[in-house]
Design a binder for this molecule. Structure first.
Ligand SMILES: *Cc1c(COP(=O)(O)O)cnc(C)c1O
Length: 356
């Protein structure tokens, strides 16, 4: 199977499993797991922060950052199609007790003007803004990368209103590799930064929260315990995360090249449309306009050809490239897509053989 549903489907490589098997471990709730401690140091340094905390998932990372930097009844400014809004089961309201203020950005990217307009006045009647969240790359926006200048402008708004900023950097390193902006440069504008070791980096689980604020880190650690995310001999997983950080960052460029390769191939197919410049990193959205096949039928036909991808709307599909998909597999996937749509197309008049 060529699995383009998500970069979450990546499996630990043999070398990563070796690193896991040989990991030194201890009880991380006592702070005694050397592999976790090392991962936290390496991860913090990579994004230019003083310290980091290992958490089981990106969702846990986001939600701990929301909980630790707000009080129930506060409001958090967030893009309307962001992961925090759509895919975290309402945890911001259910667990942190905060209200989310949605801002709709083009391709998921908010502007400083939009964020400024969303900040509540500090009067006795208004709900109080407490935190600004940015998602980079933006998943539902199509793997889009925030221009550094936009982040700087939003940061200026945050400073003017004395608001902290949180970066949901689940795919931060895709943004880094695509833009050439360092992770530390991005992270310098945020009080808290989360990034996934799973997904494109290939670890089986785990995310890091990084921050310069030691008191906040202790708050995050307590909430991690409260949320059930404190683990014991987690060094087995941390070793995979370390391996991912040490080996799998630069190669994300291959995933981006593969996403562009797929887009270029699909652009040649009559029943497919792709917005110009649709590929920023490793996520590609495209529309299917088959007259014969519904989108679920198209996805099912592709599955029979050995290609998996997700339908995300009535016409739209999402394909995500990652370290378990080679350039060759991308060509095969494009062939399969062309073949499935070709078969479903009514024969063109010129291609009907003339009666003999
Ligand atoms: C995947 C993802 C997360 C976290 O997901 P988990 O499945 O909980 O690890 C957070 N934010 C974004 C933008 C994501 O794509």
């Amino acid at each position: 199977m060529i699995d383009l549903r998500s970069d979450t489907v990546t499996k630990p490589s043999h070398a990563m499993r070796e690193a896991m098997a040989h990991a030194e471990v201890g009880d991380d709730v006592y702070g005694e797991d050397p592999s976790v401690n090392r991962l936290q140091e390496v991860g913090a340094a990579l994004v230019g922060k003083q310290a980091a905390l290992f958490v089981p998932s990106g969702t846990a990372g986001n939600q701990l950052c929301l909980r630790a930097q707000t009080e129930p009844g506060h409001e958090v400014i967030v893009e309307g199609h962001s992961h925090i809004v759509r895919y975290e089961q309402g945890a911001a309201s259910a667990l942190a007790g905060v209200q989310l203020h949605w801002v709709h950005g083009a391709q998921g990217l908010m502007t400083a003007e939009q964020v400024e307009a969303a900040v509540r006045p500090k009067d006795p009647y208004s709900i109080q803004s407490a935190l600004i969240c940015i998602e980079n790359t933006h998943n539902a926006g199509g793997g889009t990368v925030y221009p550094l200048s936009t982040i700087q402008a939003i940061r200026a708004v945050a400073i003017a209103h004395e608001l902290p900023m949180h970066l949901d950097g689940a795919r931060l390193f895709n943004a880094v590799v695509a833009s050439g902006v360092s992770a530390a440069e991005y992270a310098s504008h945020f009080t808290t930064v989360t990034f996934c070791l799973s997904k494109g980096l290939g670890a089986p689980a785990g995310s890091l929260i990084a921050t310069d604020d030691r008191l906040l880190l202790e708050r995050l650690r307590r909430f991690r315990r409260m949320y059930g995310g404190a683990m014991r001999q987690a060094g087995i997983l941390a070793a995979a995360g370390l391996y991912a950080l040490e080996h799998n960052i630069p190669r994300l460029a291959e995933d981006h090249a593969n996403a562009r390769r797929l887009a270029a191939r699909l652009q040649q197919i009559p029943d497919i449309s792709i917005a110009p410049g649709a590929v920023a990193t490793n996520i590609l959205f495209f529309d299917v306009h088959s007259q014969k096949l519904s989108l679920p039928e198209f996805v099912a036909a592709l599955k029979r050809e050995g290609v998996l991808l997700n339908a995300v709307g009535s016409r739209t599909c999402r394909a995500v490239t990652h370290l378990d998909v080679s350039a060759e597999a991308i060509e095969q996937a494009a062939d399969a897509i062309a073949c499935v749509l070709d078969r479903s197309r009514p024969p063109h008049i010129d291609s009907v053989p003339a009666p003999s």
